[in-house]
Structures are given as structure tokens and as C-alpha cells.
Design a binder for this molecule. Structure first.
Ligand SMILES: [Cu+2]
Length: 172
């Protein structure tokens, strides 16, 4: 039997060492970006979450609608609340109610689903969130432009997904 050579590996040549160092350096950059981006990235939406059952959330939304309803459009109430806590409910296949907000005021938008997962996407601002049943997302929101904004669902939620379009009206 022949014993294996004592040194079975080849020492790194210059080229190989350079590539390894470059790769390691890039790994460290990417690793550092995670905490840096979390702290300084401007993509982070100021949001908190809490748990609420579908029945609890639905009841809160109904109370909110009863208190601030100013109209109705195609069976969906239009609600004009003062700055502060406002509610939006996602279900197959609508966003409920239609929110009427004032430009420059700050709102705390509570969003949840009462059935399946939906995607909340404000157009044309292109904000997007995953909306899950049993969890309420609270987004601090200050509309900076007046106008009419559409909310589309960007998470396929079965047969009526494409008609799930809501609205936010922002007035001066
Ligand atoms: Cu949906």
C-alpha cells in the first residue's frame, strides 16, 4: 500500500487567492448591507402589527364605517374620518370601505383580511403589502398629493381577484 502524500493540497496561487479574497470581501459587503439597509434604507414603511380575529376586525371596521360614513358608491360606503386611526378590510373580492382622506394629515391605517391572503397595492404610488388574515398591519400614512388612488390586489385570491379594486380619495 502506498501512503497518501503528506501534503495533499496545492498551495493557492496568486490568481486563486485574489478571487477568493474578492468573493469573501463581497460576502462581507452583502452581509453588512442587511443591518445597514434596515436602519437607513428609505424603503422601510413605518408599520406595526397586532393580532385580531376576523370577527373582531370586521366588527371594528363596521363601527368605524357607521361613525364616519358620508356616502355610498356601488354598495360600498364612503368614509371620511378625522386624522388618527382608520380601517380598511380586504375580502374576496373587495376593499372595504372607500376612504376619503385629507392631504397633509397623518392617519394610522389598520388593514387586515377576513378570509385569505391578499396583496395591498396603492396605485400609482406603487406601495405594496401582504395582507394576512388574523394579523392587522398598521401603516402610518400621510397623503402628500390629492387625487384618486386605486388599490389593487396583487396576491392571487381566487376567481374574482382581478375585480378586487378599491379606492382612496385624497382631498385638499
Ligand atoms: Cu385579493
Amino acid at each position: 500500500m502506498v501512503a497518501p502524500p503528506r501534503v495533499w493540497w496545492r498551495p493557492l496561487d496568486r490568481l486563486e487567492r485574489t478571487w477568493l479574497l474578492l468573493a469573501l470581501g463581497w460576502c462581507l459587503v452583502l452581509f453588512a448591507m442587511m443591518p445597514i439597509w434596515l436602519a437607513f434604507g428609505r424603503h422601510n414603511v413605518p408599520a406595526t402589527t397586532y393580532r385580531a380575529s376576523a370577527a373582531q376586525f370586521r366588527q371594528r371596521v363596521e363601527e368605524f364605517v357607521q361613525k364616519y360614513q358620508v356616502g355610498v358608491e356601488k354598495g360600498i360606503p364612503i368614509v371620511e374620518p378625522p386624522p388618527g386611526d382608520i380601517y380598511l378590510l380586504a375580502r374576496q373580492w373587495q376593499w372595504y370601505p372607500i376612504l376619503k382622506l385629507k392631504k397633509g394629515q397623518t392617519y394610522r391605517l389598520h388593514i387586515s383580511s377576513i378570509d385569505v391572503q391578499h396583496g395591498f397595492s396603492i396605485q400609482p404610488a406603487n406601495l405594496t403589502f401582504q395582507i394576512l388574515p388574523e394579523y392587522v398591519y398598521v401603516i402610518t400614512l400621510t397623503p402628500l398629493e390629492s387625487g384618486e388612488f386605486s388599490i389593487i390586489c396583487n396576491e392571487f385570491c381566487y376567481i374574482g381577484h382581478h375585480v378586487m379594486i378599491g379606492r382612496i380619495l385624497v382631498t385638499d
